[in-house]
Design a protein around this ligand. Sequence first.
Ligand code: OVV
Length: 405
Amino acid sequence: MIEGHKAIAPPKGAAIWDIDPYAPEILAKPEAYYAELRAKGPVVFIPKYGILAVGRFAETKEVFSDYSRFVSSRGVGLDDFKHTRAWRPPSIILEVDPPEHTRTRKVMIKAMSPRVAASQRDMFMQTAETMIDDLLTRDSFDAVAEFAESFPTTVFPKAVGMKDGNPRHLVDYGAMVFNSLGPDNPIRQASLGRAPQIIAWITKACARDRLLKGGMGEMLYKAADAGEITQEEAGFLVRSFLSAGVDTTVTAIGNALYCLGRNPQEYDKLRAGPSLARACFEEVLRYTSPVHSFCRTANLDTQVSGIAIKESSKVLCVLGSANMDPDKWGDPENFRVDRKPQGHLAFGVGVHGCVGQNVARAEMDAVLTVLAQKVSRIELKREPVWRPGNAMHALDSMQIRLHHV
Ligand code: OVV
């Protein structure tokens, strides 16, 4: 039962729930688990891992954003870095707290500013046009392998300015990073099994001499030249690009095609008003939560909604559940491209909120805008298959056909 953290006793007043949130069948189809988690109470104790879980919007937001009580420096997965060695040197932006976090975050904010994202827009649009034109000639194809994975692994290395692009390694590294956040289950073991070779490749690809001038990667090394961070830290922040920038956008594109294929009337709204692309993406994020859960660790004795939380408690913050909380969203089960779900938690919230969201939005804006221009209908040819992930809610395969306008 003990993972790499201290199992805590159930707090007084917290519901005790005998469930494995990392069971493959739950990860593949989490909606009922989300609803039950919210129904059990504001804070739930899960004996299987000796952790707490929150899934109502208010408490998830509270725990996720309060970095002084609920730290990231002890890891944002089940492993508590205070007691267990991390599988890789911890991220210097994800797995740290203020004030250390503030310095590295500042450099990343600049490297992925709205201006930088806008400067990549033409490249994103051209790539989306070429890919979608090609896919329109196909009878049917796997939306995951041939679109969701291809687009980010083509445009993201270019935006970073990588000389070495290896789509397979980029996707697999993302899976390693995200699956490592869960327990030592077969999902994590399968991803980490491929670690040594991929880590060696990733580490090399982050070096300054493997980055082109003018890319987002080089900007980090320039920040090092200016004394804002060290050269070694620049390499680690490039690694953060590759950890967080590929698997997430791959998942988001697959999930968007799923939502739009399943809701043709909503897709028609997007076609009628392509300026809805941005709003549509936010609704895809809310509705599918590509990152379904991240943890925090209580760094002191505290309480949430009247439930006492002991220092060292791991708290599973179920973002996917918060994004489906009817108390917040009214009719969360309906996918509506024009909902404009302000405050959804798919990018997190607070000082650790996704620093790449401008780039993610620019990529998705290109994909959805070109789709709306060129594609009259997204036809699902078979029932989509979800891929159980310890932190990602992603499709494994989805056979689709794109129809010409
Ligand atoms: C999985 C993930 C999310 C965000 C940042 C990073 C990783 C990182 O490595 O910095």
